[in-house]
Design a protein around this ligand. Sequence first.
Ligand code: HEM
Length: 447
Amino acid sequence: MLPAIRRNPTGVFLRAARRYGDVAYFKIGPRRGFLITNPADIRHVLQDNARNYHKSPLYEKLRMSLGNGLLTSEDEFWLRQRRIAQPAFHRQRVAGLASVMAEAAREAAGTWQPIAAAGRPVDVAEEMMRLTRTVVVRALLGGDLGPFTNQIDEAWARINQHIGESFWSLGLADRFKPSKRRRFEAARAVLQGTVDYVIRQRRRNSSDSPDLLSILMSARDEETGEGMTDEQLRVEVTTFLLAGQETTSLALTWTWYLLSQHAEARRRLEEEIDRVLDGRPPEYADLVNLPYTRMVIDESMRLYPPAWGFSRQAMADDELGGFRLPRGWLAFVIPFVLHRLPAFWRDPDVFDPERFSPGESAERPKFVYLPFGAGPRQCIGNQFALIEAHLVLATLAQRYRLRLVPGHRVEPWPLISLRPRFGMQMFIEHRAVSGTPVLERPQPLHA
Ligand code: HEM
């Protein structure tokens, strides 16, 4: 299946699940494994028998780029790192960073002003990338990047591109030319240099800034009292920077797209924002009063989960869904597929934030909605991402309405994360704040 999977992984997995049910056997290049879609089997792999399942060899590429950090390590080493890092990501801690997020969102709203006035389209995917990059850099590192300030953007884009494009090469001969690899290595050196620089500065002038780096630097394993070495700190901080930025920006990009296609949901979102905030910019304390805004984000991550699929490798023989899964085989857990199965979702292809109302959510089985994974390896940054996306959407939708450029092609592109293949060209339009009726522009017809 390798060529077909490379061409259209989400389509292949979706068709297999719809045709063959709970367990589908796959041979992908040299690897064999099962696509699993039954919540009980997913729970078994990700939670109940998680010790038997390591991250699959597909993560090898990530390990080469990021180092042996939380996302890629295993067993005792992973557990120790996770224990040390976990408290930094508790909701209350992350809430302390919400002002950084809100401020970055307000700045973005300011830069959109002349764009909206000029009526020219922008690539919202790029806009969201820039915004979430600003947030994660300030939240993690505090913002002062010294001599690296002007290099980081380009380096970052290159690393993302490289990791994304190499994902399905499955450890086969790397398809990249030496020149491309050299450019990637140079970009990686910039990112690592930046993180090293900030750590060194911090060791020199100890600061009590509330960013994640300070928290991680002083964090200790509760059982052993050990902290992280500088080298380990560098690996983890690089992991957070990369794992936390593109995913969150994609969640927002797909949300803008879906809102542009669903006038009723957009109207409800704007009504909620105007009613609750009455023209004031949102802060962390407002989020609890903006439930519909959050439901829109949840529904957007159902249809377009930024981490669209992940996989595990069995360390010992196991049984899955009544079939023997030999040691070394893979288990594929594909949120993009799970989130669209009619067994768990009514009208699965329809965008309907109502399914995330408390009543409907309570009725849904566990392990069928997995934008952040599940079990011990669940995303450590999920609160961070959700608070950020919630604040950014509320801040920007309070002032602007985004309209897809007529005729712009929108196609999900499943690399390591789910990108829009052709970007997301949109017009940014001003809206009147606070309850004042907004005149509807006639919607142009487009395919
Ligand atoms: C919408 C945004 C995000 C999405 C959709 C997302 C998704 C995921 C998923 C699905 C996993 C589990 C992968 C697996 O089981 O193989 C994961 C793990 C992880 N994520 Fe996120 N993530 C997001 C934001 C963030 C943020 C903001 C950070 C950090 C600042 C972060 C850091 C991590 C780390 C370190 C892991 C590995 C955890 C471990 O194995 O212990 N993520 N993420």
